[in-house]
Design a protein around this ligand. Structure first.
Ligand code: DQA
Length: 161
């Protein structure tokens, strides 16, 4: 499998680490990264962020799986699929972060570690971004460091497991 071509698929599957799968879930509009509001989100694409996270994961013995959707129900399904299969979820749910109770409940039902990631720092932005309905059920949240956040999340998962 070509680790450079990352849609909703497994990365590093040929070299999967024995520490388990980390599922990265990306919410609405993150598929537009690279061209979406670059002054806020930078020029890197989502694939580039996932690839960097996959490289870090590989070093630490994990395999990254990535799922991106613009549809809340699909994201809920992807989180359900992680129970008993993935050791951790890295969640950047985009704007759903601020109001999706169904995603919050799905993450609460998940039996592994949840790390919330944001490229930007939502609390330094518009007021509607100041609340995360996911933060309460996450192990921790990383925000404001751009793509580095995904790498830090992998390191945090490694330290916690
Ligand atoms: C985001 C922050 C959210 O407020 C926004 O809706 C996004 C991206 C981030 O990564 O900074 O879509 O999750």
């Amino acid at each position: 499998m070509n680790p450079g071509s990352i849609g909703n698929l497994e990365v590093n599957s040929g070299n999967s680490g024995n520490r388990g799968i980390i599922l990265v879930v990306s919410g609405p509009n993150l598929d537009l990264l690279g061209t979406r509001e670059p002054a806020i989100y930078g020029r890197a694409t989502l694939d580039m962020h996932i690839q960097a996270a996959a490289e870090e994961a590989k070093q630490l013995g994990f395999t990254i799986e990535h799922f991106q959707s613009n549809h809340e129900g699909e994201i809920v399904g992807s989180i359900h699929s992680a129970t008993g299969r993935a050791v951790a979820i890295i969640a950047n749910l985009g704007a759903l972060t601020h109001y999706s109770w169904s995603i919050r409940d799905a993450l609460a039902a998940y039996d592994g570690i949840v790390v919330e990631v944001h490229l930007s720092n939502p609390v330094a932005r518009e007021e509607f971004r100041h609340v995360s309905v996911l933060a309460e059920i996450a192990e921790g949240s990383i925000a404001g460091f751009g793509g580095l956040g995904y790498i830090l999340a992998v390191k945090a998962i490694h330290a916690l497991l």
